[in-house]
Design a binder for this molecule. Structure first.
Ligand code: 13P
Length: 263
């Protein structure tokens, strides 16, 4: 029997600001949250503002433990791709990039194949990836959640040799921006399924060491329900990440709860 390695997963809370906040508003929000975020240890903290705010926030956060991420990345390095952002442009500005968010899949014709191209390009250029997966309401209601999630996980990670720089975000589409989150137990069951899917290709240890977040109507009031599930390693937060009090509460509660699970 191989010996089981301990779980080494550091919880990660990422704020996806989506298409909100100009540069001045971004700086204001970060100045409001910064001290409280930095005071929390044991949780990785990532802010994903619009591209236009990355450089000013990088300067503002110099020397801070609060990290930055992009919300998308194109797969080509440069060229005639009007409106796109290359991994070479992102790399000097941030550590993470979100890929395959359901809003990109829904409004910008993102497919598992294009998600995969973005994942590979990001990794090639040293960016860490938060890859989003999640079923829509119809798939959920008709019992196809696992089928959809397995296809998104396998497709998004095609030809990705290892998971060391990958975080998966499980974001059921029906829970995003609706104020109707999944239950902790329901999300944990899908997160376990994601780990089983990862294990098929990468083995049990790699799957066990890969962080999987939950996202979808997370706020300061319900974060405990999700972080109480040991399978879930943090959250990808939309609306509540635009409110300093809510976001800092989410980070602080995560540290408390995950700290007590680890001990
Ligand atoms: P909400 O937290 O606003 O539901 O958004 C979740 C999300 O899409 C994060 O990427």
């Amino acid at each position: 029997m191989p010996t089981e390695q301990p779980n080494k997963r550091v919880p990660i809370i990422a704020g996806n600001w989506k298409m909100n906040l100009d540069v001045a508003e971004s700086l204001r929000l970060v100045r409001e949250m910064r001290e409280r975020l930095e005071a929390v240890t044991g949780v990785e903290k990532v802010l994903c503002p619009p591209f236009t705010s990355l450089a000013p926030l990088q300067a503002e956060l110099a020397g801070s433990a609060v990290k930055l991420g992009g919300q998308n990345v194109f797969w080509e390095e440069k060229g005639a791709y009007t409106g796109e952002i290359s991994p070479l442009m992102l790399k000097p500005l941030c550590e993470y990039v979100i890929v395959g968010h359901s809003e990109r899949r829904q409004y910008f014709v993102e497919t598992d194949a294009t998600v995969n191209k973005r994942v590979q390009a990001a990794l090639k250029h040293g960016l860490k990836v938060i890859m989003c997966v999640g079923e829509n309401l119809e798939d959920n209601r008709s019992g196809r959640t696992e089928e959809v999630i397995a296809r998104q996980v396998r497709g998004g990670l095609e030809n990705v040799p290892d998971l060391s720089e990958i975080v998966i975000a499980y974001e059921p589409v029906w829970a995003i921006g609706t104020g109707l989150p999944a239950t902790g137990a329901g999300a944990a069951a899908v997160v376990s399924f994601i780990r089983r899917t990862l294990a098929e290709r990468y083995g049990d240890n790699a799957a066990r060491n890969t962080r999987v977040q939950y996202g979808g109507s997370v706020n300061g009031g319900n974060i405990a329900e999700f972080m109480g599930e040991s399978e879930i390693d943090g959250a990808l937060v939309g609306g509540a990440s635009l409110k300093a009090a809510d976001f800092t509460t989410i980070v602080a509660r995560t540290a408390e709860i995950k700290g007590s699970q680890a001990s």
